[in-house]
Design a protein around this ligand. Structure first.
Ligand SMILES: *[C@@H]1O[C@H](CO)[C@@H](O)[C@H](O)[C@H]1NC(C)=O
Ligand SMILES: *[C@@H]1O[C@H](CO)[C@@H](O)[C@H](O)[C@H]1NC(C)=O
Ligand SMILES: *[C@@H]1O[C@H](CO)[C@@H](O)[C@H](O)[C@H]1NC(C)=O
Length: 245
């Protein structure tokens, strides 16, 4: 596979299992290709369209409940991700699970919402625009693979991918909660932000499902287009030669 344009950006190819080098290379790709690399199946990172949040469906008992549906989701900020930990990617990729951990300072999320619910004394039943900000987002992917041969080269196939997510704070703003009463809209947004942890706990399982689907799709495409052997230096190559030449 001759992806010469990557060579132009001096992206370093690594030895199997050299996780320090891999962290450097992955971060270099993220920095140089915010719009993705369609040839290898890497989608744009600056604006992504997958459903970061699809449905929030809290229990109807208690002072706060919500049925919440989001449409037209856009997420910004994956281009600012920093890979902080990598494990696996050994000569034999099935020997050890692959682990990738990334930190993202903030993910800005925009969507249209439909909501029915109750916060304390307020009832809500509305539709409008939502913006939210996930701060200090930490994403870990644990991937297990098997190997398939094509033309004497090894290609990875995923048989298990488990995501894990942590955040420090979730800030939410919903327009038009009460079209006729902006004070109430402000009060309700404040209540929502004071109780963000409860909403986050409800949101997390759905979010993890979305991440599992999105990252399995993304990595499946990349692993299908670039053979595992071409991603790394062979024993005879000189250290520091470029990726995918
Ligand atoms: C929300 O939860 C209730 C009760 O658990 C369930 O009956 C309902 O179908 C759920 N709605 C959605 C949209 O998931
Ligand atoms: C990503 O980083 C750039 C440069 O620091 C910044 O201008 C931009 O707002 C960041 N994007 C998000 C979504 O925070
Ligand atoms: C919300 O509004 C819709 C349509 O106006 C209505 O069908 C529904 O019953 C309302 N829900 C609540 C909880 O008031």
């Amino acid at each position: 596979m001759a992806l010469i344009f990557i060579a132009a950006k001096n992206i370093e190819k690594c030895h199997f299992g050299d996780t320090i080098c891999l962290i450097r290379t992955m971060n270099s790709i993220i920095r140089h290709y915010p719009k993705g690399i369609s040839e290898i199946g890497l989608p744009p990172l600056d604006v992504t369209h997958f459903n970061l949040v699809s449905v929030l469906n809290t229990t109807t008992k208690g002072p706060i409940w919500l049925n919440f549906h989001l449409r037209d989701n856009i997420n910004k900020g994956f281009n600012n991700a920093t890979i902080i930990h990598v494990d696996g990617f050994d000569q034999d990729p099935t020997k050890k699970q692959i682990e990738i951990k990334a930190r993202i300072p903030r993910i800005l999320h925009e969507a249209n919402y439909d909501m029915e619910g109750k916060f304390l004394l307020f009832k809500a039943n509305s539709t409008g625009k939502l913006t939210s900000d996930f701060q200090n987002f930490e994403l870990t992917l644990i991937v297990k693979v098997f190997v398939e041969y094509r033309q004497d080269k090894r290609f990875l196939k995923i048989y298990s991918l488990v995501p894990n997510v942590k955040i420090d704070r979730w800030i939410i703003w919903m327009d038009d909660l009460y079209k006729e009463n902006s004070d109430l809209t402000i009060a309700l947004n404040r209540a929502f932000n004071d109780h963000w942890v409860e909403f986050w706990n409800d949101l997390e399982p759905g979010l993890l499902t979305e991440f599992k689907i999105s990252f399995t799709g993304l990595l499946t495409t990349i692993f299908d287009r670039v053979s595992y052997d071409d991603m790394f230096l062979s024993q005879t190559e000189i250290y520091g030669s470029s990726l995918f030449e």
